[in-house]
Write a new protein. Structure first.
Lengths: 353, 268, 280
């Protein structure tokens, strides 16, 4: 039996002249926490809603556990959604909201009571059964929305930017709770967000999306370390995107008459060298080989608590940001002076445009 | 907003406005006043206070029948308008398809056309089809002019219900049927009730559509008043008219109780 | 909510079928009748009669003139009340009361409202009776059965529409624009003339178009209050159908009235759309 639980096969969706999804293919593994990450308009919500059944694909297929879902209406898919604005029925109490799903499935009354109480306790809302949604705070509504979805024991839980409306502290707390819930229930979670920190914190795998396509799919670490394009590198974490030139002889240089950098195998022409600020060190390398060295003129340095942020200018005029882990190195840096910088070779990557 | 220095202007506007309000109220008050006079002719202020004209009204079978016919028509056409208008509004607001605008226009158009034109068209059609001057012809005409009110208020209500509630219901396993009755309907109830009130009253007061299919035996109350007024005026007909005014007041109070008269009138 | 295609057809089909059978079909029939003679033969004669006989043009003109007067009167009276409600009434209770006063007449039949004027100003009406009783006049005055009477009656019936339309526009006016005008030195009168009134103009035009259209289409009030002295278009239509039994010519008249109304409503929609676009 395949580990793939959900298969999205060349799914496209067009709204008139606008293509929201362009032949997207994705396999979600049983029990994993997968995030779809991207800016607004990238298609992540469209894809989620297509899986839920609220959007009819223009072409392509969606299979859940091997069964084709295209013709199946949302109320008959083994899927439940946590909506961005929670969508708690305003004319029903918390208890009635959560009981809605089980009632539709004609679960016997006593069992409904047990299930609802159990799931409300799971999200810490067991005392709120008699309240109406308008009497609850955003965070409380969010948890009721969660309870309402999971009481149905769906095979897949879809979450559409559920934490977007919460303040930062609450959001961080809910991220932890969601992750714990995921581990406890063992369900497959598909999570939509535009917040890359959130995605990195919670997901087993991340699908980075842009303009209706998945540009990279992998674990957080894979995507962070080996971004496949400028877009991904820039979207996840911070990145210095240094313009370099690939010569016909295979070498890579900052500029036509500069020293060669120890990278190779790139098609001739303009390219990008990506290296993250936290990977750049100040001073001379402490390893014999595998280090890339540069000299840059420091423009400014800002104290940010755990370290310093150093803004430097490369010989080519381009600006980079350096954030060394150790404050010792940073302390010695003098604004205005030319300073040696280095990074381990494998922390830099050459990216296509 | 403070309009200092414009005191006279404000007084003028206020005075004119109260004058306009008096203009609106006085004629109706006069009708009611005349209906309780003891005299056999129109007198206002009324001489004495007598309910004899209302008594005469109750004793006249033709008036009772006319009242009953108008009520029957109003109830039946409102009911039919709900059966037709609410589902139509639902589809128009929840499903995108080519030509939706045309259907929308179709349902609103009886509002736009002169009632008298609708009246003669239905008379002509009913004559051809063989049901002219019957209850059915009256009913059909009333339904046609009343459906737009239900469609309009229901559409406005549905627009106010967030689609996510319905999606959530479907996501949780409800069929479209269940979704509508358990989630949508409770939320559009005020709008539907207001639409029904409008429908009822519009049917109740109509003359121009009813007149073409009324006969001496089967006549609605407003048409009966219309026929009477051409010949003579007396306190009896004032009593009949006053009764319809009471119905109007009741309807407005009900409307205010459900969605508020200001919202119903201005749509805000 | 996802409504399946089959469900949609079912839900929409019934109402549409009803309207086709009892709304579209009658109009189609009427259009055909307008192009026929009584015998059933095809002809443009009905419309020819309409166009060539100046009598009908005169009636149309009279009908329009009355409509213009009614629009004017309701504009003056209605704008004042709408302005008052929007800018000068602060108490929510009073606002509600005023709206009740404006809407209640709308819920009474126009025959009852016309009748009220006959009670007051008719030959056997109150004013005449008291004047005769005090001996000031010997013969009852003809106050109502005239063009003026019809204009008064129609203005009374249609005033609420003007009030509601204009007050809706005035309420949605951006108050900060007015404050800006005052801030820049305009007196209250200037602020009204240069800012409030121009911005409310689309609403005024829309309300006037609506009142004009309803006035031109009105049958009951003119019929009752003209005293048989003159005709308006709707009365002609009634006569053709109910007195002369000429369904063909009547149809032509009705179609003419309908086209006039549609053109006016088209203008109404355009005015409102242009305003919506202008306000972004």
């Amino acid at each position: 039996m395949s580990d793939d639980f959900i298969n999205v096969d060349r799914l496209s969706k067009r709204f008139g002249p606008v293509t929201a999804l362009a032949e997207v293919s994705l396999s979600v593994r049983r029990g994993e926490f997968l995030s779809m990450l991207g800016p607004s308009g990238c298609g992540k919500t469209t894809l989620l809603r297509a899986i839920a059944g609220f959007i009819e694909p223009s072409s392509g297929e969606i299979r859940i556990d091997g069964k084709v879902m295209n013709a199946v209406p949302p109320n008959r898919r083994p899927v439940n959604t946590v909506f961005q604005n929670y969508a708690l029925f305003p004319h029903m109490t918390v208890w009635e909201n959560v009981a809605f799903g089980p009632r539709r499935r004609r679960v016997p009354r006593r069992e409904i009571a047990t299930q609802v109480d159990e799931v409300l306790a799971m999200v810490g809302m067991e005392d709120f059964g008699g309240r109406y949604p308008r009497a609850l705070s955003g965070g409380q509504q969010q948890r009721v929305a969660l309870a309402r979805a999971i009481v149905n024991r769906p095979r897949v839980l879809l979450l559409d930017e559920p934490l977007g409306a919460l303040d930062l502290k609450l959001r961080k707390r809910m991220q932890v709770e969601l992750k714990r819930l995921h581990e406890r229930l063992g369900l497959t979670f598909i999570y939509v967000t535009h917040d890359q920190e959130e995605a990195l914190a919670m997901s087993d795998r991340i699908a980075v999306m842009k303009a209706g396509e998945i540009v990279q799919l992998g674990t957080g670490e894979e995507i962070y370390r080996n971004p496949v394009s400028r877009y991904v590198a820039d979207f996840i974490g911070e990145a210095n995107l240094i313009d370099v030139v690939a010569e016909p002889d295979g070498t890579v240089r900052l500029g036509p008459d500069r020293a060669a950098l120890p990278y190779a195998g790139v098609a001739p022409g303009a390219a990008t060298l990506m290296v993250r600020p936290e990977d750049i060190r100040v001073g001379e390398p402490n390893r014999a080989d595998g280090a890339v060295t540069l000299r840059a003129t420091v423009r400014d340095k800002v104290f940010i608590g755990q370290s310093w942020r150093i803004f430097a200018v490369l010989p080519t005029g381009q600006e980079i940001t350096v954030q060394p882990g150790s404050s010792h190195e940073a302390e010695r840096v003098v604004p205005g002076a030319e300073t040696p910088l280095w990074w381990p070779r494998d922390r830099g990557r050459i990216l296509a445009q | 907003m403070r309009n200092d220095g414009m005191f006279l202007g404000r007084i003028a506007v206020a005075a004119l406005s109260w004058g306009v309000m008096a203009f609106l109220v006085v004629p109706l008050a006069v009708v009611i006043g005349v209906s309780v006079t003891e005299t056999d002719f129109l007198k206002f202020p009324p001489q004495g206070f007598s309910l004899k004209w209302y008594g005469a009204l109750l004793g006249d079978r033709t008036y009772l029948e006319a009242f009953w016919l108008s009520a029957e028509l109003a109830v039946a056409s409102t009911f039919a308008a709900l059966l037709l208008g609410v589902p139509a509004a639902l589809v128009l607001s929840r499903r995108r398809f080519p030509g939706a605008q045309a259907f929308n226009a179709l349902f609103i158009s009886p509002l736009v056309l002169p009632n008298i034109v609708i009246g003669v068209a239905i008379l002509q059609y009913a004559s051809l089809m063989g049901f002219a001057r019957g209850f059915f012809a009256l009913l059909v005409g009333h339904i046609v002019i009343v459906v737009p009110y239900v469609v309009r208020t229901t559409l406005a209500s549905l627009a106010g219900v967030e689609a996510s509630y319905e999606e959530a219901a479907q996501d949780l396993g409800a069929t479209s049927f269940e979704t509508f009755f358990l989630v949508t309907l409770p939320q559009i109830k005020p709008g539907v009730i207001a639409g029904s009130l409008f429908a009822f009253i519009i049917s109740w007061i109509n003359v121009e559509v009813s007149i073409f299919n009324s006969t001496s035996l089967q006549v609605t109350l407003p048409v009966k008043i219309f026929n009477y007024v051409q010949f003579t005026v007396d306190p009896m007909i004032a009593a009949v008219s006053a009764v319809t005014i009471y119905v109007a007041i009741l309807a407005v109070i009900l409307l205010d109780a459900t969605i508020g008269v200001e919202k119903a009138a201005t749509g805000t | 909510m996802r409504i399946g295609r089959f469900e949609a057809m079912l839900l929409l089909g019934g109402p549409v079928l009803f309207l086709v059978l009892f709304f579209i079909a009658p109009f189609a029939l009427m259009t055909i009748a307008s192009l026929q003679q009584k015998s059933g033969a095809w002809t443009m004669g009905q419309y020819a009669k309409l166009v060539t006989d100046s009598y009908y043009w005169e009636i149309l003109l009279e009908t329009f003139k009355i409509g213009l007067w009614v629009a004017f009167v309701t504009f003056v009276l209605g704008y004042a009340l709408a302005y008052y409600i929007t800018f000068q009434v602060k108490s929510r209770f009073l606002r509600r009361l005023i709206f009740l006063v404006v809407v209640t007449p709308l819920f009474t039949s126009n025959i009852v409202r016309s009748f009220a004027w006959i009670i007051m100003l008719g030959r056997q009406g109150i004013v005449n009776r008291s004047l005769q009783a005090t001996g000031l006049i010997s013969e009852p005055l003809s106050l109502v059965y005239s063009k003026t009477g019809v204009i008064v009656g129609l203005s009374y019936v249609l005033l609420p529409f003007m009030v509601l339309t204009v007050s809706s526009i005035l309420q949605n006016l951006n108050r900060t624009l007015l404050e800006a005008a005052r801030d820049l030195g305009a007196s209250p009168l200037m602020a009204f003339l240069k800012v409030t009134f121009p911005l409310s103009l689309p609403g005024v035009i829309a309300g006037s178009l609506m009142v004009f259209t309803l006035s031109v289409s009105a049958y009951v009030t003119p019929s009752v209050m003209s005293g048989g002295r003159f005709n308006v278009m709707p009365m002609l239509i009634f006569q053709q159908y109910m007195v002369l039994f000429d369904f063909n010519f009547g149809a032509a008249l009705a179609i003419l009235l309908m086209i006039t109304t549609l053109l006016l409503m088209g203008a109404y929609v355009m005015v409102l759309e242009r305003r919506a676009r202008a306000l972004g």
